[in-house]
Design a protein around this ligand. Structure first.
Ligand SMILES: *Cc1c(COP(=O)(O)O)cnc(C)c1O
Length: 339
């Protein structure tokens, strides 16, 4: 079976499992899990921030961040494709009781001038613009990424207007292996950063929220209220430490695999509109002669799984468990699926 549904489908490698099984653990709610503490310290240092918080999921780190940066009746500004808007169950309104101000960006990316135009003036009848959320890479944008030169004017705009800036960096490292930009430079740009350990980095569970000391102190309280206080979580944190040490640089391989898939798809007569392949995500439409569902059925008959992303739209995501041999197999099968 070849699974291109998501980069979350990876299973821990034997070496990662060994690291997990030998982890030193304690009760993290009492801050007595040395491995969780080590992971949090490692993540904070990586981004040049004071602190970090290990959470079960990226939805939780984003939701805690939104709550930390806003109060009820504020507004969050983000691209219409954003995970925080599309895929977190409307949690911004449920958890933080804030409104959302959606920007139509390009492949999930928004600019400082778009944000500037979206900031609301202060009237009793308007929500108060308080937070900007950027996503890098952008999932629904087809794995598009920002460069720091695009983020710097957004940082300056937020500062000038008293807005907080959060990064949903679930797949940030897929971008960094392309741009060669540094985590420290990212840390300096954002008030808070969320990264996922369970996507391309290959850990079974976990995300990190990174920020300054007071922000993370409050975030710990919100995590507990949301039911995210875990006990001997060091077994999981050990996988995260292993992933940060061993699985970052290899993301380039996943990105390259996705590019190969994108190039092949672009040459097939039954494929239309392959979104620019920038990292490890390939989004494309199938021609009107088929549907995403019928295409996926044909693909499944060859033992290949992928995800529908709309009535005509399909998403492939490459990852640690998608090997070069699997890539060759998919490249060979794709041309035969048009009939
Ligand atoms: C996967 C993902 C998240 C977090 O998802 P969880 O499944 O809750 O860990 C957040 N943002 C983006 C862009 C993602 O792709």
């Amino acid at each position: 079976m070849i699974n291109l549904i998501s980069d979350t489908v990876t299973k821990p490698t034997p070496a990662m499992l060994a690291a997990m099984m030998s982890a030193e653990v304690g009760d993290d709610v009492f801050r007595e899990d040395p491995t969780v503490n080590a992971l949090e310290a490692k993540a904070a240092a990586l981004f040049g921030k004071a602190a970090a918080l290990f959470c079960p999921s990226g939805t939780m780190t984003n939701q805690i961040a939104i709550q930390g940066h806003t109060k009820a009746l504020d507004e969050m500004i983000c691209d219409e494709y954003s995970h925080v808007y599309q895929y977190e169950g409307g949690g911004y309104s449920f958890n933080a009781r804030v409104a959302v101000n959606l920007i139509k960006g390009q492949h999930g990316k928004i600019t400082a001038s778009q944000i500037e135009a979206a900031i609301k003036p202060l009237y009793d009848w308007l929500p108060e613009s308080r937070l900007v959320v950027l996503e890098n890479t952008c999932n629904k944008g087809g794995g598009s990424y920002y460069e720091l030169s695009e983020i710097a004017p957004i940082r300056a705009l937020c500062k000038a207007n008293g807005l907080r800036l959060h990064l949903d960096g679930a797949r940030l490292f897929n971008a960094l292996v392309e741009t060669q930009e540094t985590t420290l430079a990212y840390g300096a740009m954002f008030d808070s950063i969320s990264i996922c350990l369970s996507k391309g980095l290959g850990a079974p569970i976990g995300s990190l929220l990174i920020g300054d000391a007071e922000f993370i102190r409050q975030a710990r309280r919100v995590r507990k209220v949301m039911g995210g206080g875990m006990r001997q979580a060091g077994f999981l944190a050990a996988a995260g430490i292993y992933a940060l040490d061993h699985h970052v640089d290899r993301l380039k391989e996943d990105n390259d695999h996705a590019k190969r898939l994108g190039e092949k798809l672009a040459r097939l007569s039954y494929v239309e509109n392959v979104r620019p392949v920038k990292t490890n995500i390939v989004i494309f439409d199938v021609a009107a002669s088929m549907t995403a569902a019928s295409f996926l059925e044909k693909l499944a008959a060859h033992g290949i799984k992928a995800a529908p992303f709309g009535p005509q739209t399909v998403r492939f995501v490459t990852h640690l468990d998608f090997t070069p041999a699997m890539l060759e197999q998919v490249l060979e099968i794709l041309p035969s699926l048009g009939n």
